[in-house]
Design a protein around this ligand. Structure first.
Ligand code: UDP
Length: 321
């Protein structure tokens, strides 16, 4: 089975590629390597350096390999940047995605798993977030992902089967690779950089939220659990079943709790500086994972401590990064 993974050299993409290879799939990666890391990929996979903005870059892959299904990760993913440069996000995440779908239809490839986000929901009207919660994204990143979901939903009448996976907060490390963004904006790697002495302090964005300790609550999900969800999503495509699923644990952890667990796991003191709220941050985002369990047979196996332990192990081995 040949699986094309766009953005396969990125953080979640590369972990999923390792899981696919372990489970015996043949993997072809299309990645611009703008943010991806070639060195994160296992040996013996076919890597095409190319951009979804270019139909010919995409077609090259489909001409040289018979693709059975696509897992589509390639996207820009910084909320803040999307608010300063929305067109960049629509160009890559929406127009690039449409180029991919056009090429898939041209080559009669009709199975796709799409890497989406809980940012498609916007400010929760109720918690935990289930898949029928209204989608009203409050940033252009979330909007670009939601618009592409609508393209997929519409392409069903052309025979496309899709599984949309809306991730909550991906974190952790596995397969000897980890989270390496430039710039880094995510909480767990930033806290661990302080524990490693690479940064003086971590900023806590907002301590006056209506939560138990005043800081934002998120549903952190181990990247390994995300990787395994993609395999189950692929399998559900074989029975031609389209659907949308939240991927989270159903348990929320506050920013302060994350910092406390990082202190415990690393054994280091971590200096905290309280700052104003970061614009666009909902107070609490927690998934209802019930549908994914019922229909995909998927469930997160790792808790927040497992996630932070795995991240700490990887970051402390790769201090130079
Ligand atoms: N956060 C923080 N300090 C940081 C980075 C993040 O307090 O240096 C908070 C952020 O406001 C949010 C939570 O940590 O409430 C998770 O943020 P992250 O950027 O990791 O993921 P997001 O929820 O934005 O996708």
């Amino acid at each position: 089975m040949n699986i094309l993974v766009t953005g396969g050299a990125g953080y979640i993409g590369s972990h999923t590629v390792h899981e696919l290879v372990n489970q015996g799939f043949d993997v072809i990666v299309l990645d611009s390597l703008e943010n991806g890391h070639k060195e994160f990929l296992p040996e013996n996979i076919h890597l095409f350096k190319g951009n979804l903005a270019s139909l010919s870059d995409i077609e090259k892959v489909f001409i040289s390999h018979k693709i059975d299904a696509v897992i589509h990760f390639a996207a820009y993913a910084l909320v803040g940047e999307s608010m300063e440069n929305p067109v960049k996000y629509f160009h890559n995440n929406l127009a690039g995605g449409i180029n991919l779908i056009k090429t898939m239809l041209k080559f009669n490839v009709k199975n796709i798993v799409f890497s989406s986000t809980c940012a498609t929901y916007g400010i929760p009207e109720r918690l935990p977030l289930d898949e029928i919660h209204p989608t009203n994204p409050v940033n252009y990143y979330g909007l670009s992902k939601r618009m592409f979901e609508q393209v997929l939903e519409s392409s069903q009448i052309q025979g496309m089967n899709y599984v949309i996976l809306r991730y909550f907060n991906a974190a952790g490390a596995a397969f000897g690779i980890g989270e390496k963004h430039n710039p880094e904006t995510h909480l767990i790697p930033l806290v661990l950089e302080v524990a490693l002495g690479k940064k003086d302090h971590v900023k806590v964005f907002g301590t006056d939220y209506p939560t138990k300790d005043g800081t934002c609550i998120r549903d952190y999900i181990h990247v390994l659990d995300l990787a395994s969800a993609h395999i189950l999503a692929l399998k559900s495509l074989w029975v031609e079943k389209s659907g949308v699923y939240n991927l989270g644990t159903g348990k929320g952890t506050s920013v302060k709790e994350v910092i406390d667990i990082c202190k415990e796991v690393s054994g280091k003191d971590i200096k905290v500086v309280e700052e104003a709220r970061r614009p666009g941050d909902p107070p609490e985002l927690v998934a209802s994972p019930i549908k994914a369990k019922k229909e995909l047979g998927w469930e997160a196996k790792h808790n927040i401590k497992d996630i932070i332990k795995s991240a700490w192990e990887w970051h402390s081995k790769h201090k130079d990064i």
